[in-house]
Design a protein around this ligand. Structure first.
Ligand SMILES: C[S@@+](CC[C@H](N)C(=O)[O-])C[C@H]1O[C@@H](n2cnc3c(N)ncnc32)[C@H](O)[C@@H]1O
Length: 233
């Protein structure tokens, strides 16, 4: 669904693109998503995660500095790396958790991609006002407003972020299901000081009724997800 906010964001993005001649993503973005070196399990998720459309909505462009916040295995790290190209930088914030093997795999991905700085620390260690764009995906359900405020601080004024999570319904044990009621996410985004540019249905699917644990086999990892595009004023 194209909401008024999303329409405005698309129009603003197109206007900027026409004025500067800039592309939304590096020209070989799709080639890199299909590259033999990219893990097959990452590619298998492209259908539901819609990387090209998400990068377009966030208006990620070549040469930008972007942050993957709570990057986990690094699925978005690799997508962002392809989007900003060799002249850009991805800060992949993995945190200090995980075992030695996970850390090694995360570092190996960063080394292979070349334009990624792996950060095994909290997001504040990335610096203040350093990023043009940020993504945090499937993380907010166990976090709070302070987590979003760290993203706000990492962005440059005018910088934008995308917040994606597994949608939950009120009255369910969403903590147990690893889901989040969208209205709660919206409240936290407002509390953190962001402007909401778009509340997008890009990752919505009616095949998920919000009652199942997100990793249930029936869902095949294709959960219903909310997506907010937000801006640091
Ligand atoms: C469900 S995963 C999502 C990973 C990734 N954002 C994605 O969309 O593919 C959530 C991740 O957050 C990571 N995480 C948990 N606590 C963290 C922290 N304090 N700082 C950074 N990452 C953390 C976990 O390791 C986990 O991999």
């Amino acid at each position: 669904m194209l909401t008024p906010g999303k329409t405005l964001a698309v129009l603003v993005g197109l206007t900027i693109g026409i004025a500067t001649g800039a592309q939304a993503v590096a020209p070989d973005f799709m080639d890199k998503l299909g590259a033999a070196a990219r893990p097959a399990e990452d590619k298998a998720r492209d259908g539901s995660r819609r990387p090209y459309q998400v990068m377009q909505l966030l208006d990620v462009r070549e040469g930008m500095t972007v942050v993957d916040v709570a990057a986990g295995g690094g699925w978005y790290t690799e997508v962002l790396s392809a989007a900003v190209g060799p002249s850009g930088t991805v800060i992949a914030q993995f945190g200090s958790g995980g075992d030695a093997a996970q850390r090694q795999a995360r570092q190996a991905r960063a080394d292979r991609l070349g334009n990624v700085q792996a950060l095994f620390d909290g997001l504040p260690a990335a610096g203040v006002g350093v990023a043009d764009r940020a993504v945090t995906a499937l993380t907010l359900h166990h976090r709070n407003t302070a987590f979003l405020r760290e993203i706000y601080e990492a962005l440059k004024p005018g910088g934008m972020a995308i917040v994606i999570d597994h949608e939950g319904s009120p009255g369910m044990d969403n903590d147990e299901l690893h889901r989040m009621v969208k209205a709660d996410a919206r409240r936290m985004i407002d509390e953190a000081g962001f402007e909401v540019v778009a509340d997008s249905d890009l990752l919505h699917t009616s095949a998920d009724d919000h009652s199942l644990y997100i990793m249930s086999a029936e869902l095949g990892r294709d959960t219903d997800r909310f997506l907010f595009l937000v801006r640091r004023p």
